[in-house]
Design a protein around this ligand. Structure first.
Ligand code: NAD
Length: 509
């Protein structure tokens, strides 16, 4: 499908687009190459920061914090409101960069920027709703209440596959909560991060807020580690693989910092005998093959009742055969490239392991467009039918590889859903109210996200986002996730003129 843009076409498009967002592209020089998964070729050269630079950035952010925490929250919200307007102006530009650097198709890339605008709207409203509670005191003439205060510098480490939105989920909420943000984006998406930062920097300048409220530091994992270890970072919000979270979590804990971990998923849909299969097929194909299988919430397992598993597998395989795979910037494409060769190797390795375990490859799996773009990695999304949830099925393979497993008994399906180390997203397709309710109950899915009659991916910002077990336990975005970005003080106010002690303690001298 369509041609793949040449190195110069893509590089010019990337740099022009970044310039329109406010990036000083003339100053982009250095010996680090930024490449695009679209053609696998370089788009820009740039310089990574030394880990020592993190200290400077966090110090500056600490100074910004001292000023910003005094600004009333609704005024902080006004900055985020302006940011949303600028994001709306630059929506297509930022989406183009997301497509170039993360390989997302245009509608998904625009969706990612829309998510940024949505979280800004949410945060603006939140800026007038950072509620604390009052509780009845057990003592006469006393008031007991809690107050929420700005927390401090927030460090954000983000993954390649949501190169813009994840930072904005953190940043919009952090800014209204009174916190500056120091961002270490994925090394694979530097132009997107510079452009995102430039748009926010404009809003900050117009607002007259401290410049250091938002900083971006390009660099590799060692820059991330410096941020993780810095005592000046009050909250470290890290999104990426479980491997990364395993390294980051204990280090933040060791210095008694706060961490918010958003790690890998291995998300399943249970398709019951009463499911509307038309709906299930559409929901599964988007969740499993969309974004070329590179969302944390990508559906990786379908657990289907034996009465429907054959028909469902056939219909999924037929739909997979029709999926247009190619240049993500071209109209009509539904599946873009993998991020790189390592992802391709992981996918082919997982298919081979699953087949070795007795699975059958029923769709896709092969590489395409190799002749057009030998450095890029386009694959046909794959389906493996397997009877057992083997070790490879229990692993997150970050590629469009879907395992289909049969079940007989609904409780066993729930057990299979839960019998993986990750706990991010899950769904059930059913017309049976009891099955739906059981799946959502305490005895049901153990994931942070549990859906009915929709797939596992494509969450809205209004809810808290995140998952359990090796997904890390963090929650960000909507609902009351803002509390992670503030500190709580409990206040007791005595207006009685006496000094009664709690629990009836007598300490009369
Ligand atoms: P990754 O773990 O390779 O990298 C993520 C970020 O962590 C990068 O910025 C990287 O430089 C940094 N990093 C790596 N090791 C580090 C260390 N020891 N200390 C500090 N920083 C370190 O992940 P990726 O390949 O970019 O993204 C894909 C993974 O992210 C998948 O596992 C996916 O499920 C997960 N993900 C999770 C969510 C979520 O919300 N749960 C969202 C998006 C992606």
């Amino acid at each position: 499908m369509s041609t793949i843009p040449s190195r110069s076409e893509l590089s010019e498009l990337a740099l022009d687009t970044a310039r329109r967002c406010g990036v000083d592209v003339g100053s982009l020089t250095g010996d680090v190459t930024a490449s695009s998964p679209v053609n696998g070729l370089p788009v820009a050269s740039l310089t990574w920061r030394d880990p020592a630079y993190v200290d400077e950035a966090v110090t500056r952010a600490g100074e910004a914090f001292r000023a910003w925490q005094r600004v009333p929250a609704p005024q902080r919200g006004a900055l985020v409101k302006r940011w949303a307007e600028l994001l709306t102006e630059h929506r297509d530009d930022l989406a183009t960069l997301v497509s170039i650097e993360a390989g997302k198709i245009t509608s998904e890339a625009r969706g990612e920027i829309q998510e940024m605008i949505d979280i800004c709207d949410f945060a603006v409203g939140l800026s007038r709703q950072l509620y604390g509670r009052t509780m009845p005191s057990e003592r006469p003439g006393h008031r007991l209440m809690e107050t929420w205060h700005p927390l401090g510098v927030v460090g954000v480490i983000s993954a390649f596959n949501f190169p813009a939105a994840v930072w904005s989920w953190n940043t919009a909420i952090a800014l209204v909560c009174g916190d500056p943000v120091v961002w270490k984006p994925s090394e694979l998406t530097p132009l997107t991060s510079l452009a995102c930062h430039a748009v926010l920097a404009q809003a900050i300048a117009e607002h007259g807020a401290p410049e250091a409220l938002s900083q971006v530091i390009l660099g590799g994992p060692e820059v991330g580690r410096a941020l993780v270890d810095h005592d000046g970072v009050a909250l470290l919000s890290a999104t990426g693989s479980t491997r990364m979270g395993r390294a980051v979590g204990p280090r933040v804990a060791e210095r008694f910092g706060r961490s918010l971990l958003e790690l890998g998923g291995n998300n399943a849909a249970v398709v019951t005998g009463s499911a509307d299969l038309d709906l299930a097929v559409r929901g599964i194909v988007f969740a499993a093959a969309g974004t070329a299988g590179q969302r944390c919430t990508t559906m990786r397992r379908v657990i289907a009742h034996t009465s429907v598993v054959d028909e469902l597998t056939d219909r999924l395989a037929a739909a997979y055969d029709r999926l247009p795979v190619g240049n993500p910037l071209a109209a009509g494409t539904l599946v873009g490239p993998l991020i790189g060769g390592a992802a391709y190797d992981a996918m082919t390795g997982a298919v081979a392991a699953a087949v070795g375990d007795g699975g059958v490859l029923v769709a896709g799996g092969g590489r395409v467009h190799e002749e057009l773009a030998p450095e890029a990695f386009y694959v046909r999304p794959a389906i493996v039918r397997t009877d057992r949830q083997t070790a490879v099925v229990a692993r997150e393979t970050f590629a469009p590889l879907l395992y289909v497993l049969p079940y007989d008994d609904f409780e066993a399906a729930i057990e299979l859903n839960n019998a993986v180390p990750q706990g991010l997203s899950s769904s059930v397709f059913t017309s049976d109210l009891a099955e739906a309710e059981l799946f959502l109950s305490a005895e049901g899915s153990d994931c942070g996200i549990a859906n009915v009659n929709i797939g596992t991916s494509g969450a809205e910002i209004g809810g808290a986002f995140g998952g359990e077990k090796q997904t890390g336990g963090g929650r960000e975005s909507g609902s009351d996730a803002w509390r992670a970005y503030m500190r709580r003080a409990t206040n007791t106010i005595n207006f009685s003129g006496e000094l009664p002690l709690a629990q009836g303690v007598d300490f009369t001298v």
